[in-house]
Design a binder for this molecule. Structure first.
Ligand SMILES: [Zn+2]
Length: 237
């Protein structure tokens, strides 16, 4: 039995190993992982900035309500004052003072409300910026997921083709030789069979002692000689 089919088997196995490696190390996987980490961090940040904004917005509404209520009170006193039902000048004077005091208080609160509104608007801008950043990273993640799916589909097609071709070759090799080949592949980082060219094993590129080379070259067909260094089955074509 010729050992030459082992070289073809090796070609398919090397191609399969490369495809599996490429599938596992698609650059988009790192992009997706980085985006996922970033999205967690952004979500935390968004929670914080939204809570701060909501708190200031509540303060703004509270001041607004209070301002309205003060103005309502002032108007109510004004209505009574001009209703003609109060005639005492002292009482009218007291009402006037009351209105002025309510309006002064309202005006102070309005100033505070404006400050709070400025702070709330600045926080709205912060929230919008984080939301925009989130959308950008989400789009990046979606893009990476799409590329990964697309690449995986292509690689899986190639893998299926390589595996089918490999099986077709494997059936032509006797089981004992196949087991030696598989064992060598495990030991020699994927190289189970290598050409012997001159005195050199093409698996590890080391020079084989000439006695061994002679033995490999003149051995009866099907005799398995393995490289002393890497363990690959040496194939003489
Ligand atoms: Zn070798």
């Amino acid at each position: 039995m010729s050992l030459v089919p082992l070289l073809e088997l090796q070609e398919h196995d090397t191609a399969i190993d490369r495809l599996v490696h490429r599938r596992n190390t698609l650059p988009e996987r790192a992009v997706l992982e980085a985006a996922t980490v970033k999205l967690t961090e952004i979500a935390d940040r968004l929670t914080g900035v939204t809570a701060a904004r909501d708190e200031v917005a509540r303060e703004e509404r509270r001041l607004d309500d209070e301002t309205r209520s003060l103005e309502d009170k002032a108007k109510a006193v004004e209505t009574t004052m001009y209703s003609g039902t109060v005639n005492s000048p002292k009482e009218l004077q007291a009402m006037q003072a009351d209105i002025e005091s309510l309006r002064k208080h309202r005006s102070d609160l309005e100033d505070r409300e404006l400050e709070v509104m400025d702070r709330r608007e600045a926080l709205d801008t912060d929230v919008a910026a984080v939301v925009a950043e989130q959308a950008e990273i989400e789009a990046e993640a979606r893009g990476a997921i799409a590329v990964i799916a697309n690449e995986e589909a292509k690689i899986d097609d190639d893998l299926a083709a390589q595996r089918a071709a490999r099986e077709a070759v494997a059936t032509t090799i006797d089981p004992a030789t196949l087991r030696l080949y598989e064992g060598a592949r495990i030991k020699a980082r994927g190289i189970g069979a290598a050409r012997l060219i001159g005195n050199q094993c093409q698996g590890c590129r080391l020079t084989i002692p000439s006695g061994e080379v002679d033995r490999a070259r003149h051995a009866p067909a099907g005799t398995v000689t393995q490289c002393d260094n890497c363990g690959a089955i040496l194939v003489v074509e």
